[in-house]
Design a protein around this ligand. Sequence first.
Ligand SMILES: Nc1ncnc2c1ncn2[C@@H]1O[C@H](COP(=O)(O)OP(=O)(O)O)[C@@H](O)[C@H]1O
Ligand SMILES: [Mg+2]
Length: 251
Amino acid sequence: MSAAKPRSDVPHLAVTDLVAGYVPDVPILRGASLRVDDGEIVAVLGPNGAGKSTLVKAVAGLVPARSGDILVHGASILGLATHKLVGTGVAYVPQVGNVFTRLSVEENLELGGLGGPPSRTRQRIAGMYALFPDLARFRRLAAGRLSGGQRQMVAVARALMAEPHLLMLDEPSAGLSPRMVELVFQKLLEIRAVGVSILLVEQNAKAALAICDRGYVLAEGRERFEGSGRDLLASPEIGALYLGATTRLAS
Ligand SMILES: Nc1ncnc2c1ncn2[C@@H]1O[C@H](COP(=O)(O)OP(=O)(O)O)[C@@H](O)[C@H]1O
Ligand SMILES: [Mg+2]
């Protein structure tokens, strides 16, 4: 696991007034801003179509930015090729297609460590098996044969192989049972504890707000609310946005 970075006044990730979209003149993000400080779990919530996935894809260089900026530890990464993202210490786990289903668990991890010295890769794999004991048991199994939750753990472990300082996850709880969501989110807390910051995009607002340090609610391509997990959970407006006018998330 990567060493904890010293805390500093410069945010780990800062997105400022970002305008981005898939085709020219159709902005999906319309001036979105957020920051992740060192050692934080920051949740990005919002209704379907709000632009959550587009936001992390823009940071990953998969959606072009039209204006605004994306800074990693104060340095702009605008225009950076996606394959160079990992060199900035940022890893991205997309919502779908995040494991090689026909390769074994171990082969998936090996691919995540590609580019580093083989001895380091072995060491990292051992570290991942310590963090995810299930994966050690299934190391020879094709990733496609695992349960959704276990597959999500493979995806996270594969991303961690590159020793990122910031992990971006797009809906890691999608399709998982509540018990599995709890397990995966527990792992995110363990990952934060070793110094990795996390940007967590989620539909499952309740579960995400329970583990995050801060959260943003995105609507129509902009952040509409920002607050601590506790404050957002208690906010009637947030409840309204997700669950209808009268129900709060903290019920
Ligand atoms: N590949 C794409 N090409 C064009 N439009 C897209 C594409 N992906 C998403 N969109 C549009 O961008 C908007 C935001 O989508 P998305 O970022 O996936 O939202 P969320 O992740 O919050 O549900 C939606 O209107 C969606 O239709
Ligand atoms: Mg999405």
